[in-house]
Write a protein that binds this ligand. Structure first.
Ligand code: FCA
Length: 338
């Protein structure tokens, strides 16, 4: 938390310095070469720049920038004020559009209004904009993971591993760390619950616990409450909206004396658990549904570039798949997704 508090302002300050530096560069004199003036500039704004997921998306955006020779401006936007300031900065830089994972999906209408005013094109990545009526804003192209399906595969994989370990359903329970206010998060954990209920595990002991913040401390606290409420449980299955959600809950089980052999945690993203899965001894964090953040960053940037340069409107809704990554196939999966 402290780290986050320090990091975010720093990241923003650095970004603004970067923006400032670019702003100077972007006011070319008439004598400037047309090649320099013609380089398209696109923003890539993310809500949690400290998360490896978003750093990987930025890597993907940079790959697209190198391939198509445009300039990408990467900004961390942890709250609404920073989002609106970032859009102003992009406009001042002469950018023509941006991809964004917004810190709050309800900012969607304000983001669209501001972007329209500034003549910038917008693509939403990961977290889809929600309008005042509570419905998704379908006019903004969106790319994100197949949340329900990926959640279902988490549930199925949890039960497969539980069976493999011969745990009895009577003393096993599922800890589902939720963040219901974000649709993609809700779809993932609901998908996991549907799959858990469909098995011999039969959903007898499926407990939801809400995280207040989508980081390790947030899920640690949420899981701790649940563990206190259920001292009878001997084996825990853990799922959440993403890797950090599961990591926090696994840390909570460790704090309560559960060993790795009594816990099966399966995350989503596959980016924020790499150090965990590389630990010399296994922990309760068993695996993750890896989605390619690099590909998501690349594809959204590529779509935006084509939209700006050639007028090709991106598809309104694009979904990306996940694959199951554990300690066994980790290195190969990472090698295949560079
Ligand atoms: C949300 C989560 C991220 C990542 C992304 C695809 O934005 O907060 O961790 O899972 O969806």
């Amino acid at each position: 938390m402290i780290l986050k508090k320090i990091f975010l302002p720093c990241a923003l300050t650095l970004s603004l310095i970067f923006v400032g530096a670019c702003a100077k560069k972007s006011t070319p004199s008439a004598a400037d070469s047309s090649a320099h003036a013609a380089k398209i500039k696109l923003g890539f704004l993310v809500k949690q720049p400290e998360e490896p997921w978003f750093q990987s998306e930025w890597r993907g955006a940079e790959k697209a920038a190198a391939k198509y020779s445009f300039e990408v401006v990467k900004l961390g936007v942890p709250d609404g004020e920073k989002v609106l300031a970032a859009i102003d900065n992009l406009a001042a830089l002469g950018a023509q559009g941006f991809v964004i994972c917004t810190p709050d999906v309800r900012l969607g209408p304000a983001i669209v209004a501001k972007a329209n005013q500034a003549g910038l094109k917008v693509i939403a990545v990961d977290d889809q904009f929600v309008g005042p009526d509570g419905k998704f804003i379908a006019t903004v192209p969106y790319l994100g993971m197949s949340a329900t399906k990926i959640g279902e595969s988490v549930g199925t994989a949890l039960v497969a591993e539980m069976k493999h370990r011969n745990w009895s359903a009577s003393d096993t329970a599922a800890c589902v760390v939720t963040f219901e206010e974000l649709d993609t998060a809700h779809q993932r954990t609901d998908g996991a619950i549907v799959a858990l209920k469909a098995t011999a595990f039969a959903g007898n002991h499926i407990y939801k616990t809400a995280q207040k913040t989508t980081d390790i401390p947030g899920s640690f606290d949420a899981a701790n409450i649940l563990l206190t409420q259920h001292p009878e449980v001997k084996h825990w299955l853990i799922c959440a909206l993403n890797d950090t959600g599961v990591l926090g809950a696994v840390r909570a089980t460790e704090g309560r004396g559960f060993s790795a052999s009594d816990v099966i945690g399966i995350g989503i993203n596959g980016t924020d658990c790499i150090d965990e899965l590389r630990k010399s001894k296994p922990t309760g964090f068993f695996g993750s549904m890896r989605v390619s953040a690099i590909t998501e960053g690349f594809r959204t940037s590529e779509m935006l570039y084509r939209w700006v340069k050639d007028g090709v409107t991106p598809p309104s809704d694009t979904r990306t798949p996940g694959i199951f990554m554990t300690r066994d196939n980790l290195e190969q999966v990472l090698k295949d997704d560079q």
